[in-house]
Design a protein around this ligand. Structure first.
Ligand SMILES: [Zn+2]
Length: 96
């Protein structure tokens, strides 16, 4: 897979879109269940953060398909792990 580098301009646009999404009814419905997209744990809706499956820096968009609710734990894992380590983390979650 090609490593896509997003331009500053694109990043700014997508961050703005993410802010709008976070304020939308769609997002409120999305977090109402309190389920983390990655680990499936149930947490308080206010503890869910909007996470980009494909990060913006890697060319991800703030589309509904690319934005999912993530618990704090998964979110911090994702920020600190390398992409390959994050894949391993997800794989572990899938295996239970
Ligand atoms: Zn989680």
């Amino acid at each position: 897979m090609d490593w896509m580098e997003a331009s500053e301009e694109q990043m700014r646009r997508e961050r703005q879109k993410a802010r709008e999404l976070r304020n939308s009814q769609w997002w409120k419905n999305r977090i109402a269940s309190g389920i983390c997209h990655y680990c499936g744990k149930k947490v308080a809706p206010r503890d869910l953060t909007l996470d980009h499956i494909v990060p913006l820096v890697r060319g991800g968009r703030s589309s509904k398909g690319n934005c999912v609710p993530a618990c704090k734990e998964c979110n911090s894992q994702k920020q600190h792990l390398l992409p390959v380590e994050w894949e391993a983390y997800l794989e572990k979650l899938r295996q239970g």
